[in-house]
Structures are given as C-alpha cells and as structure tokens.
Design a protein around this ligand. Structure first.
Ligand SMILES: [Zn+2]
Length: 75
C-alpha cells in the first residue's frame, strides 16, 4: 500500500453536499464560513505560505501557531 504524503482535505460538507469540495493546494487550509452562502463552510481563499508548514495565509497562520503552541502545552 502506498501512503500518500498529500492528504486532500475536504471542505463544505453538509447534508446537501456530503462530498464537499476538495482543497485547493495553493490556498490556506483554514476552514471558513461562507458569508454569502449561509451555512456552508469552505476553504479560506487566501494564498498559503504562512503558519505551521506554510499551510495557512498570514492571518490564519498566526492563529494556527497559537493553537499549536497551546496544544503542545507551551506557556
Ligand atoms: Zn486563511
């Protein structure tokens, strides 16, 4: 069995679209709520390149770093 390094994340899954949308590998991986679409979430549309692994936009990268340092128990 080949283990793929790249995990494709899925976004916007809900009852009306159980499969959702695959991640755009150029964009920030943070899941955000679509403000015009109401209850459907989707991938952040900003370019990635910041935060842990360079997977986030600048804004979400900061948040992700905070989350990561908290979950590691860093003070
Ligand atoms: Zn983002």
């Amino acid at each position: 069995m080949t283990k793929s390094k790249t995990v494709i994340r899925m976004y916007g899954q809900w009852a009306g679209n159980p499969i959702g949308f695959p991640e755009n590998p150029d964009d920030c991986i943070e899941e955000v709520w679509n403000q015009c679409g109401g209850y459907v979430s989707g991938q952040c549309s900003r370019k990635r390149g910041h935060g842990p692994g360079g997977l986030y936009c600048r804004q979400h990268g900061k948040r992700a770093e905070l989350r990561a340092s908290r979950s590691k128990g860093a003070k």
